[in-house]
Every structure is written in structure tokens, then in C-alpha cells.
Design a protein around this ligand. Structure first.
Ligand SMILES: [Zn+2]
Length: 295
């Protein structure tokens, strides 16, 4: 049917841009902030600002974002975990397992955010802090990077790595700063190291497996006898994950009992405190640099 009929000597078809035209039109947009043209090829077609303008806007909200996160976002994990822990005492054994798993999830969220914050601060001269922080994903390479940077390091080494002042630096200037500020600084540096140590302490393999599992499923089970050749202890709860491409049903079992959960609650407390204090130290340094006209 594709043959042209004889009467159709000059077929009139509405103008349609060819592929090259279409791509050219789509690929260039005008930035609403600076008026410059930018390439849409690497962005969502709905993007309205160019990459440098977007980075500038992220820099502009950085302090406010961090202050808010330190006061609210980081603490949220502790608030939820503690509320769950309190309700667990009154729950029946099965419900206790479900609640226990949710507490572990809060641990994962808190740990993930502290890793993200650390790496974001470390890269703050290369790209906006918010970019690294918000795009962070708990995955083998990112966990390995965090581990390599922080494992076995004391608070001075960690702060040095982040280009923040160490306790020794502050001690050297002790005569010039109020006693109260020095004590707050000493407490913050210790809290950062403690929190990072708590992230390190949990087996990274287990952490990744669990995080991976939770991303694809939230289905829990308290028994595994419905799966062939699978069993678990009465105090365990398992996450059930169907891996379609591998054609297997995976289960990640976790012991949920009070002493174990207390360890998680304590870890969440230390990790969220570390995030808060890391931000406090960083903002303090930014303030000081701004006062000295270096920022
Ligand atoms: Zn722009």
C-alpha cells in the first residue's frame, strides 16, 4: 500500500521536523536564572535552569538545609526508633518481631545518612554538599569508600580528613575562646568519632544485604517452614525478597530480642548525635571563616 497513487503527484503532508531538527530543538533550553542556553541532553526535559545556576541555588540553601537536618531530619530516626522500642514492650511476640525489624530499618536509615553526610562534606569543594548528600545510595562501592576513609581512624584523623579543625587545633587557641565553647567543641569531636564507629561496627555485608532487600520488599515472615529447606530460630524475623531475574526467593533473617534491639537503639542515638555534631562543627567553621573574610 506504500505505492503512491498516480493522482497524488505532490502529496501535501503537514510539516514534521525530521529527527535531527527534533533533537536540536529538544536539546537546547534557556536558563530561567541566567538567561544562558543549556544542553538538555543530560537533564530532564522539564529542567528550567542550567547546571551551574542549580549548583549555586544549592549552595545558597546549604546552611539552612543543614541546620534543619541537624535539628529535625537526623533526630527523626531516633524519635521513631525510641517510640517503636517503647511500644514493643507491650506487644505480643509476633508484633514484637515486626516492630524490631522497623527499628533496624531506622538504624539503616540513620547509618546511610551519616555516611552520606561524611562523603558530602569531604567533597564539598568539588560539588554542592546537598548533591552528594541527597544522591547517596547505600551500595557496595559507596559503603566501601566510606569504610576505607574512616575505618580505624580517631576523631582527629576524621576531622582532618574533612578539613575541619581538630581538638588539638582548638586547644592551641584555648586562651581565645570561652571555656563553654571549648567544652562543646570537645564533646562534638568525640560524638562524631563515636557515631562513625557505630556505623562501622555492624557487618557491612549484612547491612548491604538488608538495605538491598528492603529496597525491593517490605514483606516480613515469622516462619520459614513454608519454603523448602529453610528454617529459622523462634526469635528471628525474616525479610522475603523475590529475585525474579535470579529466579530465587531470598530470605534475610534477623534475631529480634531486647538486648539486640537495645544495641540498635543506642547505635541510632550515637549516629544521629554524630550527624548533628558534624554539622555543628562544619557550620561553626563556616561562621568563623565568614567572620575572617575567607568565605
Ligand atoms: Zn543559568
Amino acid at each position: 500500500m506504500s505505492a503512491r497513487r498516480p493522482t497524488d503527484a505532490h502529496p501535501r503532508t503537514p510539516f514534521a521536523p525530521n529527527r535531527a531538527d527534533r533533537e536540536r530543538r529538544l536539546a537546547i533550553a534557556t536558563c530561567e536564572d541566567c538567561g544562558g542556553e543549556f544542553d538538555l541532553a543530560a537533564a530532564d526535559p522539564r529542567a528550567r535552569v542550567c547546571a551551574p545556576c542549580f549548583d549555586r541555588s544549592l549552595h545558597a540553601v546549604e546552611v539552612a538545609f543543614l541546620e534543619n537536618y541537624a535539628r529535625f531530619g537526623a533526630k527523626a530516626h531516633r524519635t521513631v526508633a525510641e517510640a517503636l522500642f517503647r511500644s514493643q514492650a507491650l506487644a505480643d511476640p509476633d508484633d514484637r518481631k515486626v516492630i524490631g525489624m522497623r527499628i533496624v530499618e531506622e538504624y539503616l536509615n540513620a547509618a546511610q545518612e551519616l555516611m552520606a553526610l561524611y562523603l558530602a562534606m569531604r567533597r564539598r569543594h568539588e560539588q554542592p554538599l546537598l548533591t552528594t548528600f541527597m544522591n547517596f545510595e547505600l551500595a557496595a562501592p559507596s559503603v566501601a569508600a566510606f569504610r576505607a576513609l574512616t575505618l580505624g581512624r580517631n576523631s582527629s584523623e576524621l576531622l582532618r580528613d574533612l578539613q575541619l579543625p581538630t581538638l588539638a587545633d582548638v586547644e592551641a587557641a584555648r586562651g581565645e575562646i570561652p571555656k563553654k565553647d571549648f567544652r562543646a567543641f570537645a564533646a562534638a569531636t568525640a560524638a562524631v568519632a563515636h557515631g562513625i564507629e557505630r556505623v562501622q561496627r555492624v557487618d557491612q555485608g549484612v547491612l548491604l544485604e538488608l538495605a538491598d532487600g528492603l529496597r525491593s520488599s517490605a514483606t516480613l515472615t515469622h516462619k520459614l517452614d513454608w519454603l523448602p529447606e529453610r528454617a529459622m530460630n523462634p526469635d528471628q524475623v525474616a525479610l522475603v525478597v523475590l529475585e525474579q531475574r535470579r529466579r530465587v526467593v531470598l530470605t534475610h533473617a534477623l534475631a529480634i530480642h531486647e538486648p539486640q534491639l537495645e544495641v540498635f537503639i543506642d547505635a541510632i542515638d550515637k549516629i544521629t548525635a554524630a550527624a548533628r555534631d558534624l554539622i555543628w562543627l562544619y557550620l561553626h567553621v563556616r561562621d568563623t571563616m565568614a567572620l575572617e573574610g575567607q568565605a
